[in-house]
Ligand binder design. Structure first.
Ligand code: BES
Ligand code: MN
Ligand code: ZN
Length: 477
Protein backbone atom coordinates (compact mmCIF):
# COMPACT_ATOMS: atom_id res chain seq x y z
CA UNK A 1 0.00 0.00 0.00
CA UNK A 2 1.30 3.46 -0.77
CA UNK A 3 0.47 6.34 1.49
CA UNK A 4 -0.03 9.78 0.03
CA UNK A 5 1.85 12.19 2.23
CA UNK A 6 1.00 15.28 0.20
CA UNK A 7 -1.76 16.16 2.67
CA UNK A 8 0.17 15.59 5.85
CA UNK A 9 0.38 18.72 7.98
CA UNK A 10 3.92 19.62 8.89
CA UNK A 11 4.01 18.96 12.60
CA UNK A 12 7.54 17.74 12.97
CA UNK A 13 9.59 19.21 15.75
CA UNK A 14 11.79 22.00 14.70
CA UNK A 15 13.73 22.70 17.84
CA UNK A 16 14.39 26.38 17.53
CA UNK A 17 17.99 27.29 18.09
CA UNK A 18 20.93 24.99 18.34
CA UNK A 19 21.87 23.49 21.67
CA UNK A 20 25.56 22.89 22.17
CA UNK A 21 27.19 21.23 25.12
CA UNK A 22 30.44 22.85 26.18
CA UNK A 23 33.18 22.13 28.66
CA UNK A 24 33.37 23.54 32.15
CA UNK A 25 33.93 27.30 32.48
CA UNK A 26 37.22 28.60 33.84
CA UNK A 27 37.49 29.39 37.55
CA UNK A 28 37.78 33.06 36.65
CA UNK A 29 34.40 32.92 34.89
CA UNK A 30 32.88 31.09 37.85
CA UNK A 31 34.00 33.83 40.22
CA UNK A 32 32.43 36.43 38.01
CA UNK A 33 29.09 34.56 38.02
CA UNK A 34 29.17 34.14 41.79
CA UNK A 35 29.87 37.80 42.43
CA UNK A 36 26.78 38.72 40.50
CA UNK A 37 24.50 36.14 42.03
CA UNK A 38 24.14 37.71 45.49
CA UNK A 39 20.45 38.66 45.32
CA UNK A 40 18.80 36.14 43.10
CA UNK A 41 17.01 34.05 45.67
CA UNK A 42 13.48 35.09 44.77
CA UNK A 43 11.71 32.74 42.39
CA UNK A 44 11.55 34.09 38.89
CA UNK A 45 13.62 37.17 39.72
CA UNK A 46 15.93 38.07 36.88
CA UNK A 47 19.18 39.96 37.28
CA UNK A 48 20.73 41.24 34.08
CA UNK A 49 24.19 42.68 34.03
CA UNK A 50 24.85 45.28 31.37
CA UNK A 51 26.91 43.83 28.59
CA UNK A 52 29.36 45.69 26.43
CA UNK A 53 31.26 44.73 23.34
CA UNK A 54 34.04 43.07 25.28
CA UNK A 55 31.96 41.44 27.95
CA UNK A 56 28.71 39.62 27.26
CA UNK A 57 25.67 40.27 29.42
CA UNK A 58 24.93 37.88 32.23
CA UNK A 59 21.47 36.90 33.37
CA UNK A 60 20.29 35.16 36.52
CA UNK A 61 16.90 33.75 37.36
CA UNK A 62 16.04 33.03 40.96
CA UNK A 63 14.93 29.51 41.75
CA UNK A 64 13.03 30.16 45.00
CA UNK A 65 13.66 28.77 48.49
CA UNK A 66 16.67 26.55 48.73
CA UNK A 67 15.02 23.69 50.59
CA UNK A 68 12.20 23.54 48.08
CA UNK A 69 14.40 23.60 45.04
CA UNK A 70 13.97 20.55 42.85
CA UNK A 71 14.67 19.48 39.31
CA UNK A 72 11.09 20.42 38.47
CA UNK A 73 11.74 24.00 39.65
CA UNK A 74 15.02 23.96 37.77
CA UNK A 75 13.27 22.91 34.56
CA UNK A 76 10.60 25.53 35.04
CA UNK A 77 12.99 28.42 35.77
CA UNK A 78 15.18 27.38 32.84
CA UNK A 79 12.16 27.72 30.54
CA UNK A 80 11.28 31.10 32.12
CA UNK A 81 14.90 32.18 31.79
CA UNK A 82 14.95 31.38 28.07
CA UNK A 83 11.67 33.23 27.56
CA UNK A 84 12.89 36.28 29.47
CA UNK A 85 16.17 36.41 27.61
CA UNK A 86 14.54 36.12 24.20
CA UNK A 87 12.04 38.80 25.24
CA UNK A 88 15.11 41.01 25.76
CA UNK A 89 16.29 39.99 22.27
CA UNK A 90 19.16 37.84 23.45
CA UNK A 91 19.55 35.06 20.93
CA UNK A 92 22.77 33.39 22.00
CA UNK A 93 22.84 32.11 25.55
CA UNK A 94 25.34 30.22 27.57
CA UNK A 95 24.40 28.55 30.82
CA UNK A 96 27.06 27.32 33.20
CA UNK A 97 25.28 24.50 35.00
CA UNK A 98 27.68 24.21 37.90
CA UNK A 99 26.98 27.71 39.20
CA UNK A 100 23.16 27.73 39.15
CA UNK A 101 23.01 26.75 42.78
CA UNK A 102 25.75 25.36 44.92
CA UNK A 103 23.28 22.86 46.42
CA UNK A 104 22.41 21.53 43.01
CA UNK A 105 24.66 18.83 41.70
CA UNK A 106 24.51 18.57 37.97
CA UNK A 107 23.66 14.98 37.90
CA UNK A 108 21.85 13.11 35.18
CA UNK A 109 18.40 14.29 36.33
CA UNK A 110 19.29 17.98 36.74
CA UNK A 111 20.99 18.06 33.38
CA UNK A 112 17.94 16.47 31.80
CA UNK A 113 15.70 19.08 33.45
CA UNK A 114 17.75 21.96 32.07
CA UNK A 115 17.84 20.64 28.50
CA UNK A 116 14.09 19.99 28.59
CA UNK A 117 13.48 23.46 30.03
CA UNK A 118 15.51 25.16 27.32
CA UNK A 119 13.48 23.55 24.56
CA UNK A 120 10.16 24.24 26.31
CA UNK A 121 11.04 27.89 26.96
CA UNK A 122 11.96 28.39 23.34
CA UNK A 123 8.78 26.73 22.03
CA UNK A 124 5.92 28.70 20.52
CA UNK A 125 3.25 27.75 18.00
CA UNK A 126 3.70 30.46 15.37
CA UNK A 127 3.38 28.70 12.02
CA UNK A 128 0.27 30.64 11.05
CA UNK A 129 1.59 34.04 12.17
CA UNK A 130 3.15 36.67 9.94
CA UNK A 131 6.88 37.30 10.38
CA UNK A 132 6.31 40.54 12.29
CA UNK A 133 4.35 38.71 14.99
CA UNK A 134 6.93 36.01 15.58
CA UNK A 135 8.81 36.27 18.84
CA UNK A 136 12.59 36.23 19.06
CA UNK A 137 13.89 32.69 19.27
CA UNK A 138 17.24 31.44 20.47
CA UNK A 139 19.87 30.90 17.83
CA UNK A 140 22.14 28.98 20.08
CA UNK A 141 22.19 27.83 23.62
CA UNK A 142 25.40 26.58 25.14
CA UNK A 143 25.07 24.35 28.19
CA UNK A 144 28.36 24.36 29.99
CA UNK A 145 29.16 21.31 32.12
CA UNK A 146 26.48 18.85 33.22
CA UNK A 147 25.94 15.18 32.58
CA UNK A 148 25.95 14.37 28.88
CA UNK A 149 23.55 11.43 29.15
CA UNK A 150 21.06 13.53 31.11
CA UNK A 151 21.33 16.39 28.63
CA UNK A 152 20.56 13.99 25.80
CA UNK A 153 17.53 12.61 27.63
CA UNK A 154 16.20 16.12 28.27
CA UNK A 155 16.71 16.89 24.62
CA UNK A 156 14.64 13.86 23.58
CA UNK A 157 11.88 14.70 26.07
CA UNK A 158 11.81 18.35 24.99
CA UNK A 159 11.51 17.36 21.35
CA UNK A 160 8.73 14.86 22.08
CA UNK A 161 6.84 17.53 24.05
CA UNK A 162 7.20 20.05 21.24
CA UNK A 163 5.92 17.40 18.85
CA UNK A 164 2.83 16.78 21.00
CA UNK A 165 2.25 20.53 21.29
CA UNK A 166 2.63 21.00 17.53
CA UNK A 167 -0.10 18.48 16.77
CA UNK A 168 -2.32 19.49 19.68
CA UNK A 169 -2.21 23.14 18.63
CA UNK A 170 -3.25 22.44 15.05
CA UNK A 171 -6.88 23.43 14.49
CA UNK A 172 -9.82 21.21 13.58
CA UNK A 173 -9.68 22.21 9.93
CA UNK A 174 -6.19 20.73 9.70
CA UNK A 175 -6.29 17.74 12.04
CA UNK A 176 -9.09 15.27 11.49
CA UNK A 177 -9.06 11.47 11.70
CA UNK A 178 -7.47 11.20 8.24
CA UNK A 179 -4.66 13.71 8.75
CA UNK A 180 -4.01 12.24 12.20
CA UNK A 181 -3.59 8.87 10.49
CA UNK A 182 -0.97 10.40 8.16
CA UNK A 183 0.90 11.90 11.09
CA UNK A 184 0.93 8.58 12.96
CA UNK A 185 2.11 6.76 9.84
CA UNK A 186 4.88 9.27 9.32
CA UNK A 187 5.96 8.95 12.96
CA UNK A 188 6.10 5.17 12.64
CA UNK A 189 8.45 5.50 9.66
CA UNK A 190 10.80 7.90 11.42
CA UNK A 191 10.87 6.16 14.78
CA UNK A 192 10.81 2.54 13.72
CA UNK A 193 7.33 1.69 15.02
CA UNK A 194 4.79 -0.72 13.60
CA UNK A 195 1.65 1.06 12.50
CA UNK A 196 -1.72 -0.44 11.76
CA UNK A 197 -4.64 1.80 10.84
CA UNK A 198 -8.22 0.53 10.75
CA UNK A 199 -10.66 2.28 8.41
CA UNK A 200 -14.38 2.79 8.85
CA UNK A 201 -15.46 -0.59 7.46
CA UNK A 202 -12.95 -2.39 9.68
CA UNK A 203 -14.14 -0.42 12.71
CA UNK A 204 -17.68 -1.64 11.92
CA UNK A 205 -16.49 -5.20 11.32
CA UNK A 206 -14.66 -5.23 14.66
CA UNK A 207 -17.95 -4.28 16.31
CA UNK A 208 -16.64 -0.92 17.54
CA UNK A 209 -20.11 0.59 17.37
CA UNK A 210 -19.63 3.05 20.20
CA UNK A 211 -16.59 4.59 18.51
CA UNK A 212 -18.33 4.50 15.14
CA UNK A 213 -21.55 6.14 16.37
CA UNK A 214 -19.71 9.19 17.68
CA UNK A 215 -18.12 9.82 14.29
CA UNK A 216 -21.32 9.35 12.27
CA UNK A 217 -22.22 13.05 12.06
CA UNK A 218 -18.88 14.08 10.58
CA UNK A 219 -17.98 14.26 6.89
CA UNK A 220 -14.60 12.77 7.84
CA UNK A 221 -14.70 9.01 8.57
CA UNK A 222 -13.28 7.56 11.81
CA UNK A 223 -9.95 5.81 12.19
CA UNK A 224 -8.35 3.50 14.74
CA UNK A 225 -4.57 3.87 14.99
CA UNK A 226 -2.45 1.17 16.60
CA UNK A 227 1.29 1.85 16.93
CA UNK A 228 3.69 -0.70 18.39
CA UNK A 229 7.19 -0.21 19.74
CA UNK A 230 9.39 -3.17 20.58
CA UNK A 231 12.90 -2.81 22.02
CA UNK A 232 15.50 -4.05 19.57
CA UNK A 233 18.47 -4.97 21.71
CA UNK A 234 16.94 -6.22 24.93
CA UNK A 235 14.04 -8.37 26.02
CA UNK A 236 10.92 -6.31 26.79
CA UNK A 237 10.32 -6.18 30.55
CA UNK A 238 6.58 -5.51 30.23
CA UNK A 239 3.90 -4.98 27.64
CA UNK A 240 2.05 -1.71 28.17
CA UNK A 241 -0.86 -0.18 26.27
CA UNK A 242 -1.30 3.60 26.11
CA UNK A 243 -4.74 4.67 24.95
CA UNK A 244 -5.46 8.28 23.96
CA UNK A 245 -8.79 10.04 23.43
CA UNK A 246 -8.72 11.32 19.87
CA UNK A 247 -11.78 13.48 19.30
CA UNK A 248 -10.29 15.83 16.71
CA UNK A 249 -13.07 18.34 17.37
CA UNK A 250 -15.86 18.16 19.93
CA UNK A 251 -18.83 20.33 18.97
CA UNK A 252 -21.01 18.34 21.37
CA UNK A 253 -22.87 16.73 18.45
CA UNK A 254 -26.67 17.15 18.50
CA UNK A 255 -26.36 18.26 22.15
CA UNK A 256 -24.32 21.08 20.69
CA UNK A 257 -22.05 23.11 22.94
CA UNK A 258 -22.38 26.87 23.35
CA UNK A 259 -19.73 29.02 21.65
CA UNK A 260 -17.86 29.59 24.91
CA UNK A 261 -17.52 25.88 25.62
CA UNK A 262 -16.87 24.89 22.02
CA UNK A 263 -14.21 27.37 21.01
CA UNK A 264 -11.30 25.42 22.42
CA UNK A 265 -12.50 21.94 21.52
CA UNK A 266 -9.68 21.23 19.11
CA UNK A 267 -7.97 20.28 22.37
CA UNK A 268 -10.10 17.14 22.58
CA UNK A 269 -7.46 15.15 20.71
CA UNK A 270 -4.80 15.89 23.36
CA UNK A 271 -4.78 12.34 24.75
CA UNK A 272 -4.08 10.87 21.31
CA UNK A 273 -1.33 13.46 20.78
CA UNK A 274 0.23 12.51 24.13
CA UNK A 275 0.13 8.87 23.02
CA UNK A 276 2.16 9.80 19.90
CA UNK A 277 4.68 11.69 22.03
CA UNK A 278 5.10 8.75 24.40
CA UNK A 279 5.73 6.40 21.44
CA UNK A 280 8.27 8.81 20.00
CA UNK A 281 10.13 9.29 23.28
CA UNK A 282 10.09 5.55 24.10
CA UNK A 283 11.66 4.74 20.75
CA UNK A 284 14.24 7.53 20.94
CA UNK A 285 15.19 6.54 24.52
CA UNK A 286 15.18 2.83 23.59
CA UNK A 287 13.07 1.97 26.63
CA UNK A 288 13.06 -1.75 27.48
CA UNK A 289 9.27 -2.18 27.27
CA UNK A 290 6.87 -3.29 24.56
CA UNK A 291 4.48 -0.42 23.99
CA UNK A 292 1.14 -0.31 22.22
CA UNK A 293 -0.16 3.18 21.44
CA UNK A 294 -3.83 3.10 20.47
CA UNK A 295 -6.23 5.90 19.59
CA UNK A 296 -9.74 6.05 18.16
CA UNK A 297 -10.06 9.16 16.01
CA UNK A 298 -13.43 10.77 15.40
CA UNK A 299 -14.95 14.19 14.95
CA UNK A 300 -18.11 14.83 17.01
CA UNK A 301 -20.45 16.88 14.82
CA UNK A 302 -24.22 17.61 14.57
CA UNK A 303 -25.81 16.40 11.35
CA UNK A 304 -28.77 14.42 10.01
CA UNK A 305 -26.69 11.28 10.38
CA UNK A 306 -25.46 12.03 13.92
CA UNK A 307 -26.17 9.69 16.80
CA UNK A 308 -28.91 10.86 19.16
CA UNK A 309 -29.81 10.92 22.85
CA UNK A 310 -31.83 7.77 23.49
CA UNK A 311 -29.91 5.67 20.97
CA UNK A 312 -28.95 2.25 22.28
CA UNK A 313 -25.53 1.12 21.09
CA UNK A 314 -23.94 -2.31 21.45
CA UNK A 315 -20.27 -1.77 22.24
CA UNK A 316 -17.43 -4.03 21.09
CA UNK A 317 -17.52 -6.07 24.33
CA UNK A 318 -21.25 -6.79 23.88
CA UNK A 319 -22.61 -4.39 26.54
CA UNK A 320 -25.38 -2.05 25.46
CA UNK A 321 -25.21 1.68 26.19
CA UNK A 322 -28.14 4.06 26.39
CA UNK A 323 -27.03 7.46 25.13
CA UNK A 324 -27.94 10.41 27.37
CA UNK A 325 -25.95 13.24 25.92
CA UNK A 326 -24.05 13.27 22.63
CA UNK A 327 -21.52 15.58 24.30
CA UNK A 328 -20.39 12.73 26.57
CA UNK A 329 -18.78 11.24 23.47
CA UNK A 330 -15.29 10.63 24.85
CA UNK A 331 -16.30 7.71 27.05
CA UNK A 332 -18.06 6.05 24.09
CA UNK A 333 -14.97 6.26 21.89
CA UNK A 334 -12.72 5.09 24.73
CA UNK A 335 -15.07 2.21 25.64
CA UNK A 336 -14.32 0.36 22.40
CA UNK A 337 -10.68 1.37 22.27
CA UNK A 338 -10.19 0.02 25.82
CA UNK A 339 -11.79 -3.27 24.76
CA UNK A 340 -9.46 -3.34 21.75
CA UNK A 341 -6.47 -2.58 24.00
CA UNK A 342 -7.48 -5.35 26.46
CA UNK A 343 -7.36 -7.86 23.60
CA UNK A 344 -3.72 -6.97 22.93
CA UNK A 345 -3.21 -8.58 26.38
CA UNK A 346 -0.93 -5.98 27.91
CA UNK A 347 0.32 -6.14 31.51
CA UNK A 348 -0.96 -2.63 32.12
CA UNK A 349 -3.34 -0.24 30.33
CA UNK A 350 -3.13 3.52 30.79
CA UNK A 351 -5.59 5.84 29.10
CA UNK A 352 -5.21 9.60 28.77
CA UNK A 353 -8.25 11.70 27.97
CA UNK A 354 -9.72 15.20 28.07
CA UNK A 355 -12.82 13.48 29.38
CA UNK A 356 -14.81 15.74 31.69
CA UNK A 357 -15.17 19.40 32.57
CA UNK A 358 -15.84 18.22 36.16
CA UNK A 359 -12.19 17.47 36.74
CA UNK A 360 -11.47 21.23 36.67
CA UNK A 361 -14.24 21.85 39.19
CA UNK A 362 -12.82 19.18 41.47
CA UNK A 363 -9.10 19.87 41.20
CA UNK A 364 -8.54 23.19 39.44
CA UNK A 365 -6.53 23.74 36.29
CA UNK A 366 -3.13 22.62 37.51
CA UNK A 367 -3.91 19.05 38.57
CA UNK A 368 -5.10 16.08 36.54
CA UNK A 369 -7.17 13.22 37.94
CA UNK A 370 -6.04 9.62 38.29
CA UNK A 371 -8.57 6.84 38.58
CA UNK A 372 -7.05 3.47 39.24
CA UNK A 373 -8.08 0.54 41.43
CA UNK A 374 -4.65 -1.05 41.43
CA UNK A 375 -2.65 0.35 44.36
CA UNK A 376 0.76 -0.56 42.97
CA UNK A 377 0.10 1.03 39.58
CA UNK A 378 -1.44 4.03 41.27
CA UNK A 379 1.58 4.55 43.52
CA UNK A 380 3.97 4.18 40.60
CA UNK A 381 2.09 6.75 38.51
CA UNK A 382 1.75 9.22 41.37
CA UNK A 383 5.47 8.91 42.12
CA UNK A 384 6.31 9.40 38.44
CA UNK A 385 4.08 12.45 38.28
CA UNK A 386 6.00 14.08 41.14
CA UNK A 387 9.34 13.47 39.42
CA UNK A 388 7.89 14.62 36.11
CA UNK A 389 6.48 17.80 37.67
CA UNK A 390 2.88 17.12 36.66
CA UNK A 391 0.37 17.26 39.50
CA UNK A 392 -1.86 14.18 39.58
CA UNK A 393 -4.48 13.34 42.21
CA UNK A 394 -6.16 10.00 42.78
CA UNK A 395 -9.96 9.99 42.91
CA UNK A 396 -11.97 7.19 44.56
CA UNK A 397 -13.68 4.51 42.49
CA UNK A 398 -15.49 2.66 45.25
CA UNK A 399 -18.75 4.60 45.55
CA UNK A 400 -21.37 1.93 44.89
CA UNK A 401 -24.30 4.38 44.98
CA UNK A 402 -22.69 6.58 42.36
CA UNK A 403 -22.05 3.48 40.29
CA UNK A 404 -25.73 2.49 40.47
CA UNK A 405 -26.53 5.66 38.53
CA UNK A 406 -24.88 4.07 35.52
CA UNK A 407 -27.53 1.35 35.25
CA UNK A 408 -29.60 1.99 32.11
CA UNK A 409 -33.38 1.58 31.66
CA UNK A 410 -33.18 0.18 28.16
CA UNK A 411 -29.50 -0.60 27.94
CA UNK A 412 -27.01 -2.30 30.26
CA UNK A 413 -25.38 1.03 30.93
CA UNK A 414 -26.47 4.61 31.11
CA UNK A 415 -23.85 6.76 29.43
CA UNK A 416 -23.73 9.34 32.22
CA UNK A 417 -24.63 9.24 35.89
CA UNK A 418 -27.26 11.70 37.21
CA UNK A 419 -25.64 11.92 40.67
CA UNK A 420 -22.72 14.29 40.16
CA UNK A 421 -19.10 13.19 40.45
CA UNK A 422 -18.72 13.62 36.69
CA UNK A 423 -15.05 12.67 36.48
CA UNK A 424 -15.44 9.60 38.73
CA UNK A 425 -18.61 8.28 37.12
CA UNK A 426 -17.01 8.67 33.68
CA UNK A 427 -14.10 6.60 35.01
CA UNK A 428 -16.55 4.00 36.34
CA UNK A 429 -18.19 3.88 32.92
CA UNK A 430 -14.83 3.19 31.25
CA UNK A 431 -14.12 0.43 33.80
CA UNK A 432 -16.94 -1.59 32.22
CA UNK A 433 -14.87 -1.96 29.06
CA UNK A 434 -11.51 -2.99 30.47
CA UNK A 435 -10.66 -6.60 31.06
CA UNK A 436 -10.86 -6.66 34.87
CA UNK A 437 -7.81 -8.89 35.30
CA UNK A 438 -5.42 -6.18 34.13
CA UNK A 439 -4.21 -3.18 36.08
CA UNK A 440 -5.68 -0.15 34.39
CA UNK A 441 -5.28 3.57 35.04
CA UNK A 442 -7.37 6.38 33.67
CA UNK A 443 -5.95 9.91 33.54
CA UNK A 444 -8.53 12.64 33.02
CA UNK A 445 -6.52 15.69 32.03
CA UNK A 446 -9.31 17.91 30.70
CA UNK A 447 -8.20 20.41 33.39
CA UNK A 448 -4.58 20.66 32.32
CA UNK A 449 -4.51 19.95 28.59
CA UNK A 450 -4.44 23.59 27.56
CA UNK A 451 -3.13 26.88 28.97
CA UNK A 452 -3.90 30.40 27.82
CA UNK A 453 -0.67 31.84 29.16
CA UNK A 454 3.03 31.11 29.22
CA UNK A 455 4.64 29.79 32.40
CA UNK A 456 7.36 27.27 33.10
CA UNK A 457 7.36 24.55 30.45
CA UNK A 458 3.95 25.63 29.14
CA UNK A 459 3.24 28.06 26.32
CA UNK A 460 -0.14 29.26 25.12
CA UNK A 461 -1.92 26.17 23.85
CA UNK A 462 -1.42 22.44 24.20
CA UNK A 463 0.50 21.50 27.35
CA UNK A 464 1.44 17.91 26.44
CA UNK A 465 0.30 17.11 30.01
CA UNK A 466 0.73 13.47 31.10
CA UNK A 467 3.40 12.71 28.52
CA UNK A 468 6.17 13.46 31.00
CA UNK A 469 4.54 11.34 33.74
CA UNK A 470 3.99 8.36 31.46
CA UNK A 471 7.52 8.43 30.03
CA UNK A 472 8.86 8.68 33.60
CA UNK A 473 6.73 5.68 34.62
CA UNK A 474 7.88 3.64 31.63
CA UNK A 475 11.51 4.57 32.30
CA UNK A 476 11.22 3.11 35.81
CA UNK A 477 9.92 -0.31 34.72
N1 BES B 1 -14.34 17.13 25.75
C1 BES B 1 -15.28 17.35 26.79
C2 BES B 1 -14.62 17.58 28.15
C3 BES B 1 -13.83 18.85 28.31
C4 BES B 1 -14.42 19.97 28.86
C5 BES B 1 -12.50 18.92 27.96
C6 BES B 1 -13.69 21.13 29.04
C7 BES B 1 -11.75 20.06 28.15
C8 BES B 1 -12.36 21.18 28.69
C9 BES B 1 -16.20 16.14 26.93
O1 BES B 1 -16.46 15.44 25.77
C10 BES B 1 -17.51 16.67 27.41
O2 BES B 1 -18.13 17.39 26.71
N2 BES B 1 -17.88 16.25 28.62
C11 BES B 1 -19.10 16.68 29.22
C12 BES B 1 -19.79 15.45 29.76
C13 BES B 1 -21.21 15.66 30.16
C14 BES B 1 -22.07 15.99 28.95
C15 BES B 1 -21.75 14.42 30.84
C16 BES B 1 -18.76 17.64 30.34
O3 BES B 1 -17.76 17.43 31.04
O4 BES B 1 -19.46 18.63 30.49
MN1 MN C 1 -18.07 16.32 24.63
ZN1 ZN D 1 -14.99 15.53 24.31
Amino acid sequence: MTVDFSNVPDVDTQVRGEIVFEDMPSSHELERFRALSKDWGKKGKVVLSAGNLNEPALAFVGGGKKGRFSNVTLRSVTADFVRLCTAHSFTRLSLALSVIDSAQDFSWASSSAVAEGVIAGNYRFEKYLGEARKATALESFALVGGDMDGLMRGHVLGEAESYVKNIGNEPGNVINPLTFELIATQLSGKFDLDCHVYGESEIIELGMNALWHVGKGSTTPPRLVHLTYKPKEVEARKRIAIVGKGVTFDSGGLCVKTQGKMKNMKLDKSGACVMLGVMRAASALKLPVELHGIAGLVENMPDGSSYRPGDVIRAMNGKTIEVQDTDAEGRLTLADVLTFASRVEPDVIIDVATLTGSVSTALGNYTAALMCEDDALSEALLKSSVTAGERLHRLPMDDELLYEGLRGDHGDLRQASPDGGGAISAGMFLREFVDGAKPWAHIDMASTAWYDREFGVYTKGCSAYSMRTIVEYLSGL
